[in-house]
Design a protein around this ligand. Structure first.
Ligand SMILES: *[C@@H]1O[C@H](CO)[C@@H](O)[C@H](O)[C@H]1NC(C)=O
Ligand SMILES: *[C@@H]1O[C@H](CO)[C@@H](O)[C@H](O)[C@H]1NC(C)=O
Ligand SMILES: *[C@@H]1O[C@H](CO)[C@@H](O)[C@H](O)[C@H]1NC(C)=O
Ligand SMILES: *[C@@H]1O[C@H](CO)[C@@H](O)[C@H](O)[C@H]1NC(C)=O
Ligand SMILES: *[C@@H]1O[C@H](CO)[C@@H](O)[C@H](O)[C@H]1NC(C)=O
Ligand SMILES: *[C@@H]1O[C@H](CO)[C@@H](O)[C@H](O)[C@H]1NC(C)=O
Length: 458
């Protein structure tokens, strides 16, 4: 959508153009393009009078979802206004109502200069497909955002792979199925690829390594299978990877450690196995590492404590064994730490309770033991966000009274030796793989930061 100042700017320009050619009352727009625009809007909107109401959509009778730009065709000819952006969504002023039989008209081809097309929440009732012929090498489309359209079915058109001008491709929250086309790897200018919340299946193609400009890769909430492609390691500019909620198998590839710009990595709710590769120790910018609900069945590596930018670390239900490395106490930025439903044993490092920003700590359903040695200030700060229940060998120290220990659901260390640790693993008492979900994924940034009023200073 055009920002207001630029739109006003173009309206002024448009007025100049129209007045300078006032003798023949041209709308500042070619007749064929105006006709194409009318057909596109007619196919989408529940307003049969759109054309009559907006006879000069670039100038006198603008429509908020359209942006026009002046494009000069040679020195002699007059500059002409062309539609460059078309946006339909709930965020425009007086949101347009899409008709129940709305579809994407091939008349878009009559708008040769449009470089941004976004249609959000429009195709609801009807069963609509993305028309393959409107994309291809002739297109100058840089942004294609068609999302939150439950009525959008079919496969991702192969012609999109030839639209090499694309920088943003978002087809999120539709009902697309089929595979991720290999050809998409040819989109060398693509910076953002979002195919989340669809019904895509098959493997993530190796060809994805060709997306040399990619910063955001989101294919979460699909049915993608197979292993993570090694070619991921070639996407050196990636800052966010979200492949959560799929059916991916195999190991976390060590090449992910090459992605030095990575801030957000979500591989949760898949079928990935351990170990956690040492190479991840190079991801110094990483702030979000979400791996919960994967049968990693491995140890927590010591190096995780050196990822000092980590803010959210979630490894619930990963079949983790071994102890919590004391190095975790270096994670000064950590706000959320989820280690629940694993098979961790040994004591809880007391200095975890000294992490200055921590406000959610879930250690429940493990085999942790010994004295829980947190300050009462820490316990008060976290309140209900501290959960260490379901660890049979754990007891609370002398700094806590009976009430606190009842509140935490952990008995006091009455007789230190009687109740103290037996650090054997009870491998079979806790299922590695369950369907339990912590429901933290949809808007992770926001949900995580709501606690402890941290939003204010982040
Ligand atoms: C469309 O235009 C006709 C005549 O111009 C008018 O009678 C009718 O009310 C208009 N419909 C809408 C939805 O604006
Ligand atoms: C995905 O496919 C399944 C079965 O094929 C169907 O039940 C489900 O509604 C589909 N989901 C979407 C978002 O289209
Ligand atoms: C995970 O993989 C194992 C074997 O590799 C398989 O038995 C199991 O059904 C898979 N689970 C899911 C949720 O895909
Ligand atoms: C943490 O992230 C910031 C900003 O991305 C970066 O400047 C800093 O170098 C990172 N810390 C380390 C230890 O790399
Ligand atoms: C901690 O994890 C357990 C097990 O996954 C879960 O049942 C519980 O609700 C969590 N506690 C908090 C405070 O989130
Ligand atoms: C600890 O384990 C040993 C054997 O491994 C057993 O003999 C002992 O009774 C256990 N102690 C407690 C307190 O469970």
């Amino acid at each position: 959508m055009a920002s207001l100042p630029s739109l006003v700017g173009f309206l002024l320009l448009g007025a100049l153009l129209v007045s300078s050619t006032a003798q023949n009352m041209t709308p500042g727009m070619e007749a064929g393009e105006f006709l194409g625009l009318s057909e596109v809007m007619g196919a989408l909107l529940d307003n049969p009078n759109w054309t009559q109401m907006h006879p000069h959509p670039c100038t006198h009778t603008p429509w908020p979802g359209i942006r026009c730009d002046v494009i000069h065709h040679g020195h002699d000819s007059l500059p002409i206004l062309h539609v460059t952006k078309l946006h339909i969504g709930p965020d425009v002023a007086n949101p347009p109502v899409c008709k129940t039989t709305a579809y994407l008209s091939a008349s878009l081809l009559k708008l040769p200069h449009h470089n941004s097309l976004s249609i959000v929440g429009c195709f609801r009732m009807s069963r609509v497909f993305l028309p393959a012929p409107i994309f291809g090498s002739f297109s100058s489309l840089e942004q294609l955002v068609v999302k939150s359209n439950p009525g959008l079915y079919g496969e991702i058109p192969l012609t999109l792979a030839d639209t090499t001008t694309l920088r943003v491709l978002s087809l999120s929250q539709n009902s697309l199925h089929g595979q991720v086309p290999k050809g998409l790897g040819r989109l060398r200018k693509l910076e953002q690829l979002d195919l989340s919340y669809n019904n895509l299946t098959g493997k993530i193609p190796q060809e994805i390594g060709g997306l040399k400009s990619l910063t955001i890769l989101d294919m979460s909430y699909n049915g993608l299978q197979g292993r993570l492609p090694y070619s991921l390691g070639q996407l050196q500019t990636l800052q966010k990877i979200d492949l959560s909620h799929n059916r991916l198998v195999g190991r976390i590839p060590s090449v992910i450690g090459r992605l030095k710009q990575l801030v957000f990595l979500d591989l949760s709710h898949n079928n990935l196995t351990g170990p956690i590769p040492d190479t991840l120790s190079g991801l110094k910018r990483l702030e979000y590492l979400l791996v919960e609900n994967n049968p990693l069945n491995t140890k927590l590596p010591w190096f995780m404590g050196t990822l000092v930018n980590l803010t959210v670390l979630s490894l619930s239900t990963c079949g983790l064994v071994g102890t919590i490395p004391p190095s975790f106490c270096w994670l000064d930025q950590l706000i959320v730490l989820y280690l629940d439903r694993n098979n961790l044993h040994g004591t809880v490092p007391p200095k975890l309770g000294a992490l200055p920003n921590l406000c959610q700590l879930n250690l429940s359903q493990n085999q942790l033991s010994g004295e829980l040695y947190f300050s009462s200030e820490f316990v008060q700060r976290l309140g209900k966000k501290l959960d260490a229940s379901g660890n049979d060998g754990l007891c609370t120290g002398h700094q806590f009274n009976e009430q606190v220990s009842q509140y935490l659901g952990i008995p006091p260390c009455a007789d230190q030796t009687a109740k103290s640790s037996n650090t054997s693993d009870h491998e079979n008492s806790n299922p590695y793989w369950t369907d339990a979900s912590n429901a933290i994924i949809k808007e992770p940034m926001l949900l995580y930061l709501i606690c402890c009023n941290l939003i204010g200073f982040l």
